[in-house]
Design a protein around this ligand. Sequence first.
Ligand code: OGA
Ligand code: FE
Length: 281
Amino acid sequence: MTLQANVETIATLPRVLADMNYLVPMAERPRNYTFEPPAGVPRYNSEHEAHRVAIHDARPIADKVSLDANGFALVQHGSAVRDFFDDEEVRRVYYPEIERILKEATGAYRVHIFDHTTRRRVPGVEDRSGGPRQPVQRVHIDHTARSGPQRVRDLLPDEADELLKGRVQVVNVWRPIRGPLLDSPLAVCDATSVGFDQLVPSDLVYPHRVGETYSVTYDPSHRWYYVPRMRTDEALLLKCSDTSTAVPARFTPHSAFVDPTTPADAPPRESIEVRTLVFHR
Ligand code: OGA
Ligand code: FE
């Protein structure tokens, strides 16, 4: 689907209006700690501000969007996993399923799955505070033009030089564990609606390494999508980074959001995301 066709179609799609938390432009480089920093160091040096955006139903255009044209894709896939909170089962059963999905979706010759995160929303609890991981209500991209290839060097040091001669993508695969999902859905932003000047390289500080992510500043051109009442047999593929400069969609902002249509008694969101390196020759 061409960018122009996409822009025309979007007006016909069902949508919700919701707040998205964007980076407030700042002079310093944004820096977030994933743990309690040393005394006197603030956990965050950045501020976010809510902007009301339209978030469109991606299902009617699911067969038209793609990782390279838009930065995301929706696939049908029922998993054989019985307990997504069982890390051993996820690695043994889910990882091979994801590898297959991604090879099929991208034509890649190799997929390296490097981690997964389960989230279970607990009202009033902050993310990374010791309990279950919480939805992320800030517009972000997990990897950048620099940290995508860097992950290859970190995780596959012996093969990195060879692998980086080809094209490398970082792709996340996200799905609800319990469905249909009504609470705290994940929204994705068409990567071709985002200007490179709106992507702000940011430090994400772990105890033993510093990752680079993009924070994102607001622009009214951003086109947002989600999958209403997403089912457990659906998976959202989203491309965080791509070494190819030849494709329109390389960096895909995303964020959880509070859906104003969520019923008060909706079960809290449970989800799993898998992070992968996708290799092309
Ligand atoms: C991701 C992500 C946030 C969420 O999958 O990369 O940012 O709320 N998820 O699930
Ligand atoms: Fe993310």
